[in-house]
Write a protein that binds this ligand. Sequence first.
Ligand code: HEM
Length: 449
Amino acid sequence: MGGAAGGSIQRGHDPSEASMLDTLRVATEIMAPTVATGVIKRRPRVMAANEKLGADRNAIELAQQLRERYGPGPLRLRMPGRSVALVLSADDVGTLLAGSPDPFTPASDEKRASLARFQPHGALISQGSARTRRREINEAVLDTPKPLHRLAAQFTTTVREEGDQLLLAADADGELSWSAFNRAWWRVVRRVVLGDAARDAETVTDLLASLRRSANWAYLGRTDTDAREEFDRGLRRHVDRAEQGSLAALIADSGDSDEATAQVPHWLFAFDAAGMAAMRTLALLASHPEPARRATAEVDKVDEGPAPLPYLRACVLDTVRLWPTTPALLRESTLSTMWGEKPMPPHTTFLIYTPLFHRDSRTLPYADRFSPDIWLDGTARRNPALVPFSDGAGMCPGRNLVLLLVSTMLARLLESHSYQLTSDTRLDSEQPLPATLDNFTLRFGLTPR
Ligand code: HEM
């Protein structure tokens, strides 16, 4: 691989061109199920159907077969009027993410079409100097590099309080269900982002959910401008309160509160994925005795304050490796790029289908196993394609905050109870894990420890 030369960039593998039939298979077996599940807001019914049909497993196997047939270079698809390539090698994933935002911008056409409906000024769909500024604001408020956010003490208290309430209700119900957990999780999210006064402000997050549902349709359909204006007004009211101990207070101190407020819809939207990751991690711990023993031992060693909880964080990271909440990472080239000996035109969309790399049974001994240790012993760091939070300059700026809140919630749950998975989908530590895990139907029995 070499550097930039005359507007082109020399890169790894030669691309190849898919046949019409294989293009059709990629469109129907990889792209369509991903889009149908809801890229911006998951559709529970489609998720359940995908789980039943094994759609994700089928998609991973197809991508593996295509790599064997066409070689590791990006596979150009025959899409009328568009240049689209499916990425097939881990090195090329590394190249694309290291080359973001220029010449490989995260602000692809598809993402702009959908996310602009509720976060037109979000960093992810911005370019040039606007992107730089918005990225900086995200990092400043979210304390991106810090394992413990500067407000970690308040956030930990919030998570523990909501965890206490959740467990009281679960003890009374005799089970912990996804819907009970999700309600508690959104209380945590509203308190952390907007302040305690927003704990029960469901209208604002419900409005966002409805805007996100319409964003699932990307180029199709239209935005409900009334809902959008109502959401913006409601959000502004909460952010303007700048309640101490919440991200809203940091927005007020950021020096550009308008620009910082414009990032909040993305934060709220992305916390959905964190709730899904929390419940899926609990499902893994409920079915894997040795990791559960190690997680509980870690929890028993810490007190109520904020703690780094490295093992629990590794469990969460491995959960989002196994079931990535952003399975399609898109990058669009801003100029002509060279791959091996061949050029690819500007405005090529590169599709990184992360389950291919996270679950690659041909190359990873741990592909379908719960393996938190790979996040602790350097194994994950050496693989450029294990990217549940992306990588490079477009890496998720909320990664550490997510790991703090989710690990703290799991610590609270594990501190006082043990869990048995009672939903239909059973996970077995002796069997390969399924490629899809429907979070909406997860249910647990619980026993006081
Ligand atoms: C389990 C939870 C989460 C996961 C797995 C996750 C993962 C990701 C991934 C893969 C990207 C890159 C997307 C792309 O390149 O197309 C991303 C971007 C981003 N995430 Fe997260 N995220 C999570 C939660 C959050 C939260 C809670 C926040 C904010 C509080 C957040 C803020 C952002 C922002 C602002 C970007 C855009 C960054 C940029 O373009 O520079 N994320 N996230």
